[in-house]
Design a protein around this ligand. Structure first.
Ligand code: SF4
Length: 146
């Protein structure tokens, strides 16, 4: 909802805002993201370790900067998609395919498109109905008694 209303993403799961997260494994190795691991062995590895390297050295490394280009790292299909700002191609590992790497739409593309357009339609309808319509439904069942 925040992305549809023009906000920025605070997660690498949706949206096109670059993230600034480094994952440290239990052996001290530093990775771009542990969520990349299913793509292929070593997908998120940086070759750096907290025992010898600073976090800045990883965040500012060319491969990290290239990986976090946000919208610029998306494939042409995503760039032409009407919901790309909210979707951002989904999770990066869901875009991986042998042969084309990460230059693909998400394997969950149809689901993402359906979910985002559904949320947007619902928000537009609720906003068009105005505050009186949402007040008429009353508080949620879990709201505390006042
Ligand atoms: S819905 Fe599909 S084509 Fe559109 S941005 Fe998301 S993954 Fe890409």
């Amino acid at each position: 909802m925040n992305l549809i209303l023009g906000g920025d993403s605070v997660t690498e799961q949706v949206g096109t805002s670059p993230t600034a997260t480094i994952v440290v494994e239990t052996d001290g190795t530093m990775h771009l993201s542990d969520m990349l691991t299913p793509a292929y062995p070593g997908a998120g590895a940086t070759g750096r370790n907290v025992a010898a390297d600073s976090f800045d050295s990883v965040l500012l490394a060319p491969e990290t900067v290239a990986w976090r280009r946000g919208r610029q790292e998306l494939c042409s299909t995503c760039l032409a998609c009407p919901v790309v700002r909210a979707c951002g191609g989904g999770l990066r590992e869901h875009r991986y395919k042998a042969g084309t790497g990460f230059d693909n739409p998400s394997v969950y593309c149809q689901d993402l498109y359906h979910l985002i357009t559904h949320i947007r339609k619902r928000m537009v309808a609720d906003l068009a109905a105005g505050p009186a319509a949402s007040l008429a439904t009353g508080p949620p069942a879990t709201a505390p008694a006042s």
